[in-house]
Every structure is written in structure tokens, then in C-alpha cells.
Design a binder for this molecule. Structure first.
Ligand SMILES: Nc1nc2c(ncn2[C@@H]2O[C@H](COP(=O)(O)OP(=O)(O)OP(=O)(O)O)[C@@H](O)[C@H]2O)c(=O)[nH]1
Ligand SMILES: [Mg+2]
Length: 426
């Protein structure tokens, strides 16, 4: 089954909490702190895998969770880090944040790894907090929260060259003889239902990825047949091999075939017709093919390159592969005409997003929220005065006082931060 769109839920692991613990030894009345740090939570990492060509695995998985880091332990022992969860996807996979459609990653290379949800950091144990001023801190830090996110994932296969043409003209047979791909072909016309990719080796030149597409029929660009569903997979190809059957068994007229397919490409909105095409006259071993080829050629001028081939008797295939690789070298990448760069927001982690949001809820009361506040709050264990002081000091260092003043706060006003009620002191 070929799946090119899925929605999944991912959740990275929470970091392990640091702990408070003190050394207890016989004959030593006051042991020092020995609470260990928590381990890191597992991240969710997407990795490009050239061996894959569908998002089928994710379709069934529905959600991907990473484990939490272990809590710290006594004797300064750090909790174990949780393993990152690697999600393998085919090249050409784009990962969007569901809803906003923000692009989180575009996977185009084998082995390319993108952290989509980072695991929470491990919280510090009280050992880490001991200092000359405070030799016996009785507070710790909780691990950072994991990130939960709904993702929309889309696949547009990455191939350099695409095979197009009517059904049964010999596209799958070609990819089989030209590449390492082994799609299903039977003696009876076995229609390709999903795109296949194969790597074509070109002696002395760069190899390229060839895509075998389901056959197109008239009306494909309007959704007839498998057409539109798969046309998008040739959006990223740079060169098209347009296969036109010369065997009289096809019962259609080769030039009409050629025009019909080009018409479909034109009606599809990804500039597909602007891609350079290599016209391949297929099944030249069949009787009567030569005559049809001569008639076909009359519609073109002398310079048009038409390569007559037979996949069955291996005729002219080297030339075809060579021409394709030459064309590839001189052809730029194509983009959709109306591809608006604006709705394609590259995801970058921005420190400023982690700021304060201050709301004046009465004349003398201010509510402080924001990603930074939440992050620090989740990390702090606010049971002790000491950790409360640390929490507030961190907020002040991040510029909270200035922001409160900008919002109109005066000495003596009430500041609400999560479930804390504090007084603003100038
Ligand atoms: N005589 C001859 N038959 C061929 C040649 N290439 C393919 N065929 C036959 O044509 C039939 C269709 O070939 P496929 O490769 O499945 O055609 P396709 O273009 O992939 O068809 P769809 O997947 O339906 O679009 C098969 O029976 C092949 O054996 C050739 O060069 N010569
Ligand atoms: Mg096929």
C-alpha cells in the first residue's frame, strides 16, 4: 500500500527529576548533599531513509512516544537518559505542525536526522546546587517537560527523472531493466498502482533516481484514473521520460497519445510541461512498430530527440540512460508557479518566543504567563523558599522587572505567576 499523507501525535519524554538526598554515614553527623541529576527525556527524531517509499508504517502507528529520563538517585548517581526514538521516513517527506502548517522539517537526504520534539532536560539534584554559600541545599530541579505535538506528514517522492505515459506502454518494464527496482509486472498488463523508485547507474557519470508512475489517461489532471493522486510525485523530478508505445497492439495512435499526455501535464498546475522531456518510442521489437515510428516522427522537426527502444531485447537503453543523465546536468530545479514562499515558514527555535506575556487584570494586579515562565515553573520544585527564590531570580534575570514596569506595575502591586501571588518590590 502506498500512503503519502498521515497525521500522527508525537510526544517526547520528560526529563528525570533531580533529587534531594544527603550522605548518611556512621559517625558522620552531617553528611553533604548527594542527590543526583535526572536523565534526559527521549527526543523524537525523524530520519531520512532512501530504502523507503511510503509512509505506511506511520499510518498504522498513529502516535510515537519517547520515554522519560530516569530520576536522579542517591550517592550522586545520575538517572539514565531515555533513548531517542528514531522515526524512519522516505526521502521527500515534509513534516508540518498540524493546524498552523508550519514546516518543521523537509527530509531530502539519506541519514538526515531532524529533532522534531526534543526530550526534556534532566533536572539537577541538590548536589549540583551546593556552593560555598549553601553547603546543604535541600532543593532540586524537576526535569523539563516533554513536548506533545500533532503532526501532519506528507510525502512527495524525490526522483530526478520520472517515467510517464499511457498505461501499458512499458514504463515498469523500463525501470526494471534500467535500475535496481523490481516492480510487479505480469504477462497480462499489470497496471502499476503505486510509484516505484529505482537508482540508475550511468557508467562514468552521476547515477540518478528514476520514478515509475502509474499510467496516465485522458482526464488525469481532473482526477480520472490514478492520475492526480500521483502527478504530484513528479513535481520534484527535473526530467521526464515520456514513453509512447509504437506497437500496433496498443490500438491507439502514438502521436495522439503523446499530445493527450502533454495536455494532462499542462492542466496540472505544477509546470510539469516545462520540464524537459525525452521522448521514448517503446516496444520497437514488435512487428509494425517501425512503420508507426516513421509516421510518428513526421510530427516533429529533425532536431527533436526521439529514442526508439525495446526493453525486451535490450535495444538502445544505454543511449536513453546517457541522454537522461546529460539532460539532468543542465536542468535546474522547478517550483510550482504559485508557490508562495510566505506560507512556507521554516521552523527555527527562537529564544524570543520564550518570553513573558503580561496581562493587567486590575489596576494593581498583573498576570504573568509565557513560555519562559512555564518552562521555569515546571522545572522548579517550589516547595521550599530557596527554590522559590531561585525561580524568581531567574525571571528577574530574564528581564521580568522591566517588562512589568513597561506594563505599568508599581511597587506594592500584586503579581500573579501561575499559582503564586507575589508583591512587586522596586
Ligand atoms: N514486446 C514488448 N513488450 C513490452 C516491452 N516493454 C513492455 N512490454 C510489455 O507490455 C506490457 C505492459 O508493460 P508494463 O511495463 O507493465 O507497462 P506500464 O507502462 O508500466 O503500464 P501501467 O503500469 O499500467 O501504466 C507487459 O506485458 C510487458 O511485458 C517491449 O519493449 N517489447
Ligand atoms: Mg507500470
Amino acid at each position: 500500500m502506498f500512503i503519502d499523507e498521515v497525521d500522527i501525535l508525537i510526544k517526547s519524554g520528560k526529563g528525570g527529576d533531580g533529587i534531594v538526598s544527603f550522605r548518611r554515614e556512621k559517625h558522620v553527623p552531617l553528611g553533604g548533599p548527594n542527590g543526583g541529576d535526572g536523565g534526559k527525556g527521549g527526543s523524537i527524531v525523524f530520519v531520512g531513509d532512501e530504502g523507503m517509499s511510503t509512509l505506511l508504517d506511520l499510518k498504522f502507528q498513529k502516535h510515537v512516544y519517547a520515554k522519560a529520563g530516569e530520576n536522579g538517585m542517591r550517592k550522586k548517581m545520575k538517572g539514565a537518559d531515555a533513548k531517542d526514538v528514531l522515526v524512519k521516513v522516505p526521502l521527500g517527506t515534509t513534516i508540518y505542525r498540524e493546524g498552523t502548517r508550519e514546516v518543521l522539517a523537509d527530509i531530502t537526504e539519506h541519514g538526515q536526522a531532524e529533532i522534531i520534539a526534543k526530550g526534556g532536560h534532566g533536572g539537577r539534584g541538590n548536589t549540583t546546587f551546593s556552593s560555598s554559600r549553601n553547603k546543604a541545599p535541600n532543593f532540586q530541579e524537576n526535569g523539563g517537560q516533554g513536548i506533545e505535538m500533532n503532526l501532519h506528514i506528507e510525502l512527495k517522492l524525490l526522483a530526478d527523472v520520472g517515467l510517464i505515459g499511457f498505461p501499458s506502454v512499458g514504463k515498469s518494464t523500463l525501470i526494471t531493466v534500467l535500475s535496481n527496482s523490481r516492480p510487479k509486472i505480469a504477462d497480462y498488463p499489470f497496471t502499476t498502482l503505486i510509484p516505484n523508485l529505482g537508482v540508475v547507474q550511468v557508467p562514468g557519470r552521476q547515477s540518478f533516481v528514476l520514478a515509475d508512475m502509474p499510467g496516465l489517461i485522458k482526464g488525469a489532471s481532473e482526477g480520472l484514473g490514478l492520475g492526480i493522486q500521483f502527478l504530484k510525485h513528479i513535481e520534484r523530478t527535473r526530467v521526464l521520460i515520456h514513453v509512447v508505445e509504437m506497437s500496433p497492439e496498443s490500438l491507439r495512435e502514438p502521436y495522439e497519445d503523446y499530445v493527450t499526455i502533454n495536455e494532462e501535464l499542462k492542466n496540472y498546475d505544477y509546470n510539469l510541461l516545462e520540464r524537459p522531456q525525452i521522448i521514448v518510442a517503446s516496444k520497437m521489437d514488435v512487428e509494425g512498430a517501425e512503420e508507426r515510428l516513421i509516421a510518428f516522427k513526421k510530427h516533429f522537426d529533425e532536431d527533436t530527440l526521439i529514442i526508439p527502444v525495446s526493453a525486451i531485447v535490450n535495444d538502445n537503453l544505454k543511449e536513453l540512460v546517457y541522454e537522461a543523465s546529460i539532460l539532468l546536468e543542465t536542468t535546474p530545479f522547478f517550483y510550482k508557479k504559485d508557490e508562495v514562499v510566505d506560507d512556507y515558514v521554516e521552523y527555527t527555535y527562537n529564544e524570543e518566543d520564550m518570553d513573558f506575556v503580561i496581562n493587567r487584570i486590575s489596576d494593581v494586579t498583573f498576570d504573568v504567563k509565557g513560555a519562559l515562565v512555564e518552562k521555569l515553573y515546571n522545572r522548579a520544585n517550589l516547595d521550599t523558599d530557596e527554590s522559590l527564590t531561585i525561580f524568581i531570580t531567574k525571571l528577574r534575570k530574564a528581564g521580568l522587572d522591566d517588562r512589568l514596569r513597561d506594563a505599568g506595575a508599581k511597587s506594592g502591586d500584586t503579581i500573579i505567576i501561575m499559582d503564586l501571588e507575589l508583591e512587586f518590590v522596586e
